[in-house]
Design a protein around this ligand. Sequence first.
Ligand code: HT7
Ligand code: ZN
Length: 874
Amino acid sequence: APLIRLEDYRPSGWLIDTVDLDIVLDPTRTKVRSQLQLRPNPAGHAGAPLVLDGDELAPDSILLDEVPLDPALYSLSPQGLTIHAPPARAFSLRVETTLDPGANTKLMGLYRSSGVYCTQCEADGFRRITYFLDRPDVMSVYTVRLEARKAEAPVLLSNGNLVAAAELPGGERHFAVWHDPHPKPAYLFALVGGKLDHVRQPYVTADGRKVELAVYVEPGKAGRAGWALESLVRCMRWDERVFGRNYDLDVFNVVAVSDFNMGAMENKGLNIFNDKYVLADPLTASDGDYASIEAIIAHEYFHNWTGNRITCRDWFQLCLKEGLTVFRDQEFSSDERSRPVKRIADVRTLRSTQFSEDAGPLAHPVRPRAYKEINNFYTPTVYEKGAELIRMLKVLIGEDAFARGMDLYFERCDGTAATIEEFLDCLVEASGQDLAHFAGWYEQAGTPTVVASGRYDAQAKSYTLQLAQSTPATPGQSEKRPVVIPVALGLVGKGGDLPLASTSPALKAGGVVVLDQPSLSVTFTDLPEAPTPSLLRGFSAPVRLELDLGDSELLRLFSADSDSFNRWQALQTVATRALVRAGKGDGSALDTTATDLAKALSEFLAGPALADPAFAAQVLRLPAPADIAREIGRDVDPDVVHGAHRRLSAAIGVALADHLAGLRQDLGERGPYSPAAAPAGRRALRNEALGLIALGAPAEGARLSLAQFAEADNLTDRLAALAAMTLIPGAEREELIARFGELYAREPLVLDKWLMAQALIAEDGTLARVKGLMNHSAFSLGNPNRVRGLIGGFAANLTQFNRADGEGYAFIADIVIALDRTNPQVASRLLGSFKSWRMLEAGRRAKAEAALRMVQTTPNLSRDVADIAARSLG
Ligand code: HT7
Ligand code: ZN
């Protein structure tokens, strides 16, 4: 496959002003009649041939200006349709194609999901529907006529506003015409047709537009659509209030489908969702699901401005919409819930997904410079690190300038396909600051490490902080330059934060030191006592921090820091250090650390911890074994890491037994289930305690888990009981697993969690169990959610995927190869599970490499899988 390079970007030679689609839906023979109004692009190259993208298409007819096109004047290839000498003026092109949506297992383009017709066009799926200039900088106004049998598809939806709908003569068929006045790229096109129920609500925007909001779901499931609709209303108001953004059509539709490659898609006015991120009721969705639904509904809605009104010039600019929109959804969730708890959760995700990507063979810059398959770049780096860059920009230029810069961006770039440079220019103009150096974050892959050390001079009453940065080499980038790192900090004394006084130009307003060189030192004066530095408050930059603080100073920060994030971080650092040592084979400090942590935690739990249970739950949760493995970074033996983690958790469970039991009593829920943040926080803490009890005192853990399962009135508590029982081998566990499976036999989304809970069991028997579960009637390789639940769960199982005998790797490799024939996107994501293979000890490394080579040498691989295999081995 050719390498596509940012530097090769050229404007399109042709533009398409309007697109008229007439689509007659049929399960195996859907007719697509497209009429395009084309004209030469004044900014493009004149006289160019017209090369229209097409994928697995064949034209039934082609008319240019209503005249059939002579076959000598065009050619067809697997990549599309070329018209060799098109007229050098505006003209129309009509093309008819026939599609088989039922046979479309790639879930890109037009397909059927449980009998519902739907589309997925990002990044390059529109070319699977009709021939087109399938690139985001070609923006057109769409009018779409949909026709279907009424019995098969009573609901017909597309982008924009409904302009006509009627029954056809005979009464068996009907049609609907949708018009979207906002020019958009083809990747935002969507249609839906099927039997669907819905819930709806009128909404009036702040600027007075009446909008009909609706959420469509499978028949019989409308009772589970209310939370999504309610979340939509809240995020629309939030975007009006916080970013001044109003909605711009008469309808906004959300549709849930059960076969979907990713989470959701922001098609203009017609968001299509994986049903997992729409459907919720207390017995089939967990607190985490409610929070994810709220966040993803918001994310897709926010794309209406950051993505749709302002789209990307080319796919290299993907972070322009994704990083910014993740930042916006994170801010929304922070405002709706607890800001520190949301930040902690986001940083956990960033470290586990993005830091690990950045540390392995798939590392790439937030704005990649080249790709073979763009679908492989919808990554934690583009999304989560991309959001961190926006967050840093806000810290660096300040809240007011950031707000002005965003306003300028919305005004100046509205209706365009923009670049990162254009976005940064708006922030530069609004702030008067030079962001040229900051732009390096978009170009340079890898997670910088900041090493911090401090010295107090009692005589001078001053404290000097030394900061140094370095970034490890990543594929294709051996030399690294310093980046601009905002280090938000405080100096903590006996009575709390000490005033920050310094003449250093590196210290900016709000207590931020900007580290933009390889190293610098800042001296703070007028300090009557030796301070403990609290660095990177709120995780002000996506870096690794190495501190010269001892455990006792960290424990002091845990109890005294005014920054909640750093309180949490302090305990994580104490635990991480001990686990890293133990994971390298030196477990001698583990018992002392367990004692220290247990003491700190018991004081914390005896204090005001219950005032913020969600925060307390985060505090109780140790870093995951995979985080420890990543910190160790080389020659990792996952069994040793996992063993150390179990030992530390169990010791804390034993030491805190009374506290944990008391906590569970105090937090017993009264009243009916509510997904609101406060009761969800109480459940989180109660269930975190259950996990520690299960490890510290398995018999007691089993008793409590079984009782909780029996009494629970919600999925969160049932799942927590199941998860705790998976830590305790034996007949009771197997009985509970069976009971859970029967209880939810008709709930595929809950069974996904049940499959995953089993796939995550850190025991030798798990591979056989997972292979057995592939024969379960609920499992299907054709459904991405089932695959992510069972197979994705297993691939995330640190000890079992990384079995010393290599059988875990061979199993996943075989599934990748099988899945690649039907759904390359899901297959290549699964292959990404190998992203950390190079950090393993030599025996496992060799076996992982062999499995990757087996994939790589398989004939007829998709571009998606071939690309990941090659980069993983490169
Ligand atoms: N912009 C969307 C990303 C996307 C996608 C979604 C569903 C299936 C395939 C897809 N390829 C790319 C989702 C988002 O970031 O909001
Ligand atoms: Zn997005």
